[in-house]
Design a protein around this ligand. Structure first.
Ligand code: NCD
Ligand code: ZN
Length: 355
């Protein structure tokens, strides 16, 4: 830039089609009431993860859970919770037919047993689910995948990469027309796999994996609130995720994986995995895209690519994001407990303006 060229003023606000969150944990009961309105305020839809305890494994359970979510989001009458079922070794093939007929189930979620929070009932051997996957392929119901192997000998930072090699390649080969969302991807290898695979394969990317790497969890003292699964990786992977998110490639879309836990359950000798980001989901993404000089690519990632993959219409209204710094509260109410939000007590640069 020559000495005389004026420095362009930073963009002060953007308007985008209302986003959707394609991967969200909202818990249940009073915790649900505390967290789900944050998402409903800014998103048109959210894919609700089924890892309650016990998990949501039947359409009937999902129906009841959806009712509780709708009750908790009444003021936001446009908000649609898209329900999922938790795939187990024994999910009956007939359940897939009822899931489709119900019109409320958008996908099934595969948790390898023991991979993450409330995954004890997860799949122990993918082959056991093959008849169910066959039916899902036939009916066009997507499989959402927590892509990490769980074997004790596999290093936690390599679990996603190993999952691609040991599981995903064979699933995609055996079910070439099964729609699969590789959820919350965290590695360059996952970006490459999704980019190179068929149009049936897509991926969600969280805001926290775009904004942070493992140094943010481990340097200067261990930060339990930055511990999630899949765990934050090194910066080269963070850079690959940013590149994918801003690329304009239709296979990548927003999924916060906002996963609130009580302060006590995070700040303990064996803290559980998950970050709470839903209270400022689109603002965190806006910050990541802004940093990458790609605010113009945010709408495609947050509001267009997801519905396209799921075969749904895009939301019909818009939201406005303003460049305005505000301080994130130190904690939020979470049922009878408190939850520490992502970046508690620090500033964030963007704000959704209510109309
Ligand atoms: C999630 C949770 O707490 O339910 N935790 C997380 O770290 N992301 C489970 C999950 O999505 O893996
Ligand atoms: Zn999740």
């Amino acid at each position: 830039m020559s000495q005389n060229s004026p420095i362009p003023a930073p963009i002060s606000s953007i308007e985008i089609i209302r986003p959707d969150d394609w991967h969200l944990h909202v818990r249940d009961d009073d915790a649900l009431k505390a967290v789900v309105p944050f998402t409903a305020r800014q998103c048109g839809r959210a894919v609700i993860m089924p890892n309650l305890s016990p998990p949501i494994t039947t359409t009937a359970q999902a129906h009841q859970y959806q009712k509780r979510i709708l009750k908790a989001t009444e003021p936001y009458n446009y908000f649609q919770p898209l329900m999922t079922l938790y795939l187990t070794d024994t999910t009956p093939v007939e359940e897939i037919q009822s899931a489709l007929q119900s019109g409320i189930i958008c996908a099934l979620k595969l948790y390898p047993a023991g991979a993450t929070t409330n995954s004890a009932a997860g799949v122990t051997d993918i082959k056991k689910t093959y008849p169910t996957l066959e039916k899902m392929q036939q009916l066009g119901i997507p499989l959402l995948v927590h892509g990490e192997v769980t074997h004790h000998d596999v290093d936690i930072f390599d679990r996603e990469k190993q999952f691609i090699e040991q599981r995903l390649l064979s699933i995609t080969k055996d079910f070439p027309e099964l729609k699969i969302v590789f959820e919350h991807i965290t590695t360059r290898e996952a970006v490459d796999f999704v980019t190179q695979s068929s149009p049936y394969i897509a991926a969600t990317i969280t805001a926290h994996h775009l904004l942070m790497n493992r140094n943010d969890m481990l340097v200067g003292g261990i930060k339990p609130h930055h511990y999630c699964l899949p765990v934050l990786k090194r910066k080269t992977h963070q850079d690959a995720l940013i590149k994918a998110a801003i690329s304009g490639n239709k296979k990548f879309f927003m999924g916060t994986d906002s996963a609130p836990h009580s302060q006590q359950n995070k700040e303990t000798a064996c803290g559980c995995a998950g970050m709470f980001s839903a209270f400022a989901a689109i603002e965190f993404y806006a910050e990541a895209f802004d940093k990458a000089g790609a605010l113009d690519k945010l709408e495609q990632f947050s509001s267009l690519n997801g519905p396209l993959f799921y075969g749904l219409a895009t939301n019909s209204d818009k939201i406005t994001l303003k460049r305005e710094s505000w301080i994130i509260p130190e904690s939020y109410q979470f049922g009878s407990d408190r939850v520490i939000p992502l970046r508690a007590g620090k500033t964030i640069q963007w704000k959704v303006i209510s109309k």
